[in-house]
Design a protein around this ligand. Structure first.
Ligand SMILES: *Cc1c(COP(=O)(O)O)cnc(C)c1O
Length: 365
C-alpha cells in the first residue's frame, strides 16, 4: 500500500483452496449465506497498540477462549455489502465508504475502537481480489461481504474490552428471488419493539438482531414473512423491519420514509433510493407514518405501494399487512410500478449497467 500510515496486509494464500470443479458446482445455486470463499481478512486491535497484524488468510475457525468478552456482553458489530461481476467482466462494490462510515458509527455506540475507513475499504478490496473467482455470474447474483468486529479480550468484568478482532468473510449469493420478485406479508408486532430512544437502534450490532428474533418468530407463527416494528415510546409510528427500511408511495407520486431519529438503522439502500427517487420525479419526504395512517391510506387507495429495502434483497414489495385486529392489502397485492422501477434503476447502477452520477460504484482492478 502506498500512502503513509496505512497498514500493509500480509497475504497468506489458502494452501488448500476449493478446486475449480467443486467451486463451479457450489456456484450453481449458492442460496444466501451458506457457501463461503477460500479466504478471510483478520485485523487485531489492542489498547496501547492500535490496529495491527492485518492479514488475508485461509478462512478457518477462530480459536476463542470461553471468557472472551463478546460471548458474555455482546460487544459485536457488523456490516453487509456486495461485490458484483459486471457485464464487461470487471468487478465493482457498491458504496463501501458508506459502510465504513457506518461501521465507525456503530463502533462508537458500542464503545469499540474505530477502524479507519481506508483500512476497512482496503480490506474488502483485498478479499475480493483474492477470491474473485467466487463471484457468481448471472443476473441478481453477487458476492456478499460480511465485515464484523468483536471484543476478544479474555475478561469477565463489565467495561469496554481492550482487545478486538476485525474480520471479513465472503459468501457467494444467488438470485434472492429465484423466479421473480415475490411480494411479502408483514406482521405488525403488538408485543415487541426493536429500538428505544437512546438505545442501539441506529447501530448495526448483533444484539439488535438477537432481540428481534422472537418478534420474527411471532410473524412466522402469524403466517407472515417479516415483522415490522412500531416505535417503542408511543407504539404508533412505523419504524422498520428486522433488517430492512420501509418506504410508502402515494398516488400523488410522493415517496415517504420514516426519518432517522436514532431508532432506525440508516440503510445505505434507503439513502440511495431517496436520491434515485428524487431524480426520477418523485417528491421525497422523510416523516413519521403512523400505523393508523398506514391502514387508512391503504384502504382509501391513496397509498399505492409499500416496499422494504436493504442490501440483501435490494427492494421487497409489501403486499399485505397483518396485525392482531385483522389485515389490509396494499395496492391490490401486486408489486407497484415505482417499486419495480426503483429496483431496476438501483440494480442497474450497482451492476455497472447505468451511469453513476453519484460516484457510488468502486471498481476493483
Ligand atoms: C442493515 C440493515 C438495514 C439495511 O441497510 P442497508 O445498508 O441498506 O443494507 C436496515 N435495517 C436494519 C435493522 C439493518 O440492520
Amino acid at each position: 500500500m502506498s500512502g503513509g500510515d496505512m497498514l500493509d496486509f500480509e497475504i497468506r494464500p489458502n494452501p488448500a483452496p476449493v478446486s475449480a470443479v467443486e467451486r463451479a458446482a457450489l456456484l450453481v445455486d449458492p442460496g444466501f449465506g451458506r457457501v463461503f470463499t477460500d479466504h478471510m481478512v483478520t485485523i487485531r486491535y489492542a489498547d496501547g497498540k492500535g490496529w495491527y497484524d492485518p492479514r488475508i488468510e485461509a478462512r478457518a475457525p477462530i480459536p476463542m477462549d470461553p471468557a472472551s468478552a463478546v460471548l458474555h456482553y455482546a460487544q459485536e458489530i457488523f456490516e453487509g455489502l456486495k461485490a458484483y461481476r459486471t457485464a464487461d467482466g470487471s468487478i465493482t462494490m457498491f458504496r463501501p465508504e458508506a459502510n465504513a462510515a457506518r461501521f465507525i458509527a456503530s463502533a462508537r455506540r458500542l464503545a469499540m475502537p474505530e477502524l479507519p475507513a481506508e483500512l476497512f475499504v482496503e480490506s474488502l478490496r483485498k478479499l475480493v481480489e483474492i477470491d474473485r473467482d467466487w463471484i457468481p455470474e448471472g443476473a441478481d447474483t453477487s458476492l456478499y461481504l460480511r465485515p464484523f468486529m468483536f471484543a476478544s479480550e479474555v475478561f469477565l468484568g463489565v467495561r469496554p474490552a481492550n482487545e478486538y478482532l476485525y474480520c471479513v468473510i465472503a459468501s457467494p449469493a444467488g438470485a434472492y428471488f429465484a423466479g421473480g420478485v415475490k411480494p411479502v406479508t408483514v406482521w405488525v408486532s403488538p408485543d415487541y419493539t426493536r429500538a428505544a430512544p437512546g438505545g442501539t437502534g441506529a447501530a448495526k450490532c448483533g444484539g439488535n438482531y438477537a432481540a428481534s428474533l422472537s418478534a420474527q418468530a411471532e410473524a412466522i407463527e402469524a403466517g407472515c414473512d417479516q415483522v415490522v416494528f412500531l416505535d417503542a415510546v408511543e407504539r404508533r409510528y412505523v419504524e422498520e423491519l428486522g433488517g430492512m427500511n420501509v418506504f410508502f408511495v402515494y398516488d400523488d407520486n410522493t415517496l415517504v420514509t420514516p426519518p432517522l431519529t436514532g431508532t432506525i438503522l440508516p440503510g445505505i439502500t434507503r439513502d440511495a433510493l431517496l436520491a434515485l427517487a428524487a431524480a426520477s420525479g418523485h417528491q421525497v419526504v422523510e416523516r413519521p407514518v403512523s400505523f393508523a395512517e398506514w391502514q387508512a391510506d391503504a384502504e382509501s387507495g391513496r397509498l399505492r405501494e409499500v416496499f422494504a429495502c436493504g442490501t440483501a434483497a435490494v427492494i421487497t414489495p409489501v403486499a399485505r399487512v397483518r396485525h392482531p385486529g385483522g389485515e389490509f392489502v396494499i395496492g391490490g397485492g401486486e408489486p407497484g410500478r415505482s417499486t419495480s422501477a426503483l429496483r431496476e434503476q438501483l440494480v442497474a447502477v450497482q451492476r455497472g449497467d447505468a451511469p453513476d452520477p453519484h460516484g457510488w460504484v468502486t471498481h476493483i482492478r
